[in-house]
Design a protein around this ligand. Structure first.
Ligand code: FRU
Length: 482
């Protein structure tokens, strides 16, 4: 599609109006997650709280539920629970972004919202989109009200990233520190080494590369969607690397998302990266981004999906004209050198009917009040195996001898089979179940499994099977926000 010759705004409106009803009829439409109004959603973009309101932008392809031309969709909220669709914020309508308004971030400064993103252009007739044939432009727009945006300003083009880079430099994340502005972008160099470019600016407009952040050994060919921040006294670099081989139960997804803890100063060569840690052990988690809200919390939202998975597993929602969603917002902390993720406190407002039980029996069966639930299990000691069977098709299984916990799906996984992680002791488990998603938090967020699944709507039971179980179980129905 030649984006410049079409009225993309009008087309989007027609499609959104025509298709919206179709999605609502889908029993797998989510009840308390951000999902696209129609079509396809991927990365969260431009996360921020601006003048009291939370903003979530996202990669949006309303014309095609299997992906295609990317715009920025937009939701706002005053409580991070109820989201208002603000419709499409940025269209691919300029010569420098006509093949996609790719991912980026928000900077709140001087009472304005600055959005930075990658303008993607595929040069016609050139099919090597790695080393030549692609423009990856850094673009900025400004907003005073969080709803209307100034004209797009082109800040950097291919020449500005260094001749050793391929055409893959993208996803600017911007922050302010000591009266300077910094930006990280994900990159692939001509030796196929994934890395981060660090830029600096005095005025938010003129940027210069000041460093390359690389791991000691090559770790994948491309690092997408970086983020950098200080949390509880430690520096953290988030990234989504591509090209990592599976290693036992690690790195089993097509692409990973995770972090390095950084020692030293990233603006100089005096820095060191710790070992890479995966952030999520489930089947559907990628391209997470963070922001600080007005209460000073570091909040993370990820894409509950992955790119390029068509040969591996699928989502039947495409039959209803939509695909993918964002995770629930999670508050981040560092604990003993590890990044932990906890569902934001506000989510407790969605809890309605509760069932509370002492876990003494070896086998407990509970009828779910609805397809949406939060399950909390507080375990005094778990020395023996445990199985939680959710709506028949999903099993969370702890094997005490191996100290491994796994998430296993039958055919309701649509190709998703088994993912596992090593865990010393299991103290507590919190599961957020939506109509077609599970987010499982272990030991107050030390480990997380995020996944889509498509159980039969008839299956409403949760079974907890264990030996010498001791603990407490709470199960809430979750209110719908849609
Ligand atoms: C990650 C990503 C980004 C890019 C965007 C395009 O999923 O590939 O690197 O900006 O998606 O939609």
């Amino acid at each position: 599609m030649n984006a410049l010759n079409r009225d993309l705004k009008k087309l989007t409106q027609i499609i959104e109006e025509k298709e919206a009803g179709r999605i609502l009829k889908d029993s797998y439409a989510l009840k308390f997650h951000i999902m696209p109004k129609v079509g396809w959603l991927n990365d969260p973009n431009g996360l921020c709280q601006f003048k009291g309101k939370y903003h979530v932008f996202f990669q949006y392809s309303p014309f095609d539920e299997k992906g295609g031309l990317k715009f920025w969709g937009h939701y706002t909220s005053i409580d991070m629970i109820h989201w208002k669709n603000e419709n499409t914020a940025l269209y691919a309508d300029q010569p420098f972004d006509c093949h996609g308004v790719y991912s980026g971030s928000a900077l709140i400064d001087e009472n304005k919202m600055y959005l930075y993103y990658t303008g993607n252009v595929k040069q016609v007739g050139k099919h090597d989109y790695v080393t030549t044939g692609r423009e990856h432009n850094t673009v900025m727009v400004v907003s005073e009200d969080g709803k209307t945006f100034t004209h797009k300003e082109l800040l950097m083009t291919n020449e500005d990233y260094g001749s050793e880079m391929t055409c893959h430099v993208r996803d600017p994340k911007v922050w302010k520190e000591d009266n300077m502005y910094y930006m990280v972008q994900g990159a692939r160099d001509k030796k196929d080494r994934g890395q981060i470019l660090l830029f600096a600016s005095e005025d938010k407009i003129v940027w210069k590369v000041i460093n390359k952040i690389q791991s000691e050994d090559v770790f994948g060919y491309m690092w997408e969607c970086p983020d950098f921040f200080e949390l509880d006294g430690q520096k953290v670099l988030l990234l989504s690397p591509q090209g990592i081989e599976a290693d036992g139960i690690k790195y089993n997804n097509i692409y990973q998302s995770g972090y390095y803890v950084v020692e030293g100063d990233i603006t100089t060569s005096e820095y060191a990266l710790s070992g890479f840690e995966e952030m999520d052990r489930g089947f559907d988690f990628y391209a997470p981004q963070t922001f600080i809200d007005e209460q000073g919390r570091r909040i993370l939202i990820g894409w509950m999906g992955l790119p390029d998975i068509d040969d591996l597993y699928s989502n039947p929602t495409t039959e209803h004209g939509w695909q993918h969603a964002l995770t629930i917002p999670r508050e981040l902390h560092m604990k003993e050198g590890k990044l932990i993720q906890q569902p934001i406190e506000e989510l407790k407002n969605l809890r309605s009917k509760v069932v509370g039980l002492e876990l003494k029996e070896n086998n407990t069966k509970i009828q779910l009040p609805a397809h949406t639930f939060e399950l909390e299990l507080m375990l005094e000691t778990l020395k023996k195996d445990l199985k939680i069977i959710i709506r028949k098709g999903a099993v969370l299984e702890y094997k005490a001898e191996e100290k491994v916990i796994s998430l296993i799906f039958d055919e309701c996984g649509y190709g998703r089979d088994k993912r596992s992680v090593q865990i010393e002791v299991v103290k507590n488990i919190r599961i957020f179940g939506d109509t077609s998603s599970l987010e499982i938090f272990l030991n107050d967020g030390e480990e997380v499994f995020t996944s889509r699944y498509y159980p039969s709507t008839e299956e409403n039971q949760i079974e907890v099977e264990g030996i010498e179980l001791n603990g407490k179980l709470n199960l809430w129905e979750m209110k719908a926000i849609t």
